[in-house]
Design a protein around this ligand. Structure first.
Ligand code: HEM
Length: 318
């Protein structure tokens, strides 16, 4: 009898552990444990975006780059035991917003000690950034936990690059369970923010699927010689870089995508019809973007007893 009940308890413990480790994200995750978490993040994001509108773009991109595994790993500095993601090719001298996330984390820790993960802060900050710049809102699912390690090589292999063609892009998003429509919708994130000359130089000098007046206008601030003006900026959406709208797609219709990878989405291939539909309907884009952000935010999160709630977003707890 005693051994039967011991066995039952063991089975129960194993079952509970397994279910908590694979727990689903939930919109109400902090309702009891930290009811002020979301309002604290929102007001900090609104302040940061009011100070510098581009910060909204930088925070959206941080979540995307975290989220090919949404576990806060992108925020970790290098340590003696691992080389983090910040030095990976798509991130180095490019990702921004770390200080803003650190400030938000400090404010959130002040209202609820070691309760809200850095991965969730990134997800909420991305949504609040889009809203602050006039874009759609959505309900962020919560309960991600933070990783205790990071991988530069995974970031290099998992994230897309500006020279990718449609097949490369499609494959990379498919690897994360995102289809072509979702990929096109998410790429609409390029309706805000800036890119450095080194990422669009080839496109404006060597590609033919680009509006020639548009290419010439960009060449003035992005010299052809590599190493010259590499960090000079141009808006990803030349029409309205600080407004979250569907102009990114109308630009693509007139061959005014800034990156080679942007114009690949409207270049005679399978993504053309989706680009056209988002160009002709901002509400179709808004709802597809919001739904795809929720799906992206669900890519292999750590939940339950996995990982930890970091005290400081840039380093694992000691
Ligand atoms: C489709 C594949 C994608 C490629 C190849 C790509 C590539 C890039 C590149 C090269 C930059 C410029 C970085 C720099 O100059 O420092 C950039 C910026 C940006 N990306 Fe993407 N990206 C992609 C998808 C996405 C997605 C899915 C999102 C969000 C949902 C996103 C959001 C942004 C934002 C907001 C910026 C501007 C950041 C800022 O101004 O700080 N991108 N992207």
């Amino acid at each position: 009898m005693a051994s039967t009940s011991c066995l039952s308890i063991l089975v129960l413990v194993v079952a509970l552990t397994a279910s908590s480790a694979s727990a689903q994200l939930s919109s109400t995750f902090y309702d009891t444990s930290c009811p002020n978490a979301l309002s604290t993040i929102k007001s900090a994001v609104t302040t940061a975006v009011n100070n510098e509108p581009r910060m909204g773009a930088s925070l959206l991109r941080l979540h995307f780059h975290d989220c090919f595994g949404c576990d806060g790993s992108v925020l970790l500095n290098d340590t003696a035991t691992f080389t983090g993601e910040q030095g990976a090719i798509p991130n180095k001298n490019s990702l921004r917003g770390f200080t803003v996330i650190d400030n938000i984390k400090t404010q959130v820790e002040a209202v609820c000690n070691q309760t809200v993960s850095c991965a969730d802060i990134l997800a909420v900050a991305a949504r609040d950034s889009v809203v602050a710049l006039g874009g759609p809102s959505w309900t962020v699912l919560l309960g991600r936990r933070d990783s205790t390690n990071a991988s530069k090589s995974n970031a290099n292999s998992d994230l897309p690059g500006p020279s990718f063609n449609l097949a490369n892009l499609t494959q990379l998003f498919a690897n994360k369970g995102l289809n072509v429509t979702e990929m096109v919708a998410l790429s609409g994130g390029h309706t805000i923010g800036q890119a450095q000359c080194r990422f669009f130089r080839d496109h404006i000098y060597n590609d033919t699927n680009i509006n020639s007046t548009f290419a010439s206008s960009l060449q003035g601030n992005c010299p052809q010689a590599s190493g010259s003006g590499d960090a000079n900026l141009a808006p990803l959406d030349a029409t309205s870089a600080t407004s979250f709208d569907n102009a990114y797609f109308t630009n693509l219709l007139s061959q005014k995508g800034l990156l080679h990878s942007d114009q690949e989405l409207f270049n005679g291939g399978a993504a053309d019809t989706t680009v056209q539909s988002f160009a002709s309907s901002s509400s179709a884009f808004s709802s597809a973007f919001a739904a795809a952000m929720v799906k992206m935010g669900n890519i292999s999160p750590k939940t339950g007893t996995q990982g930890e709630i970091r005290l400081t977003c840039s380093k694992v707890n000691s």
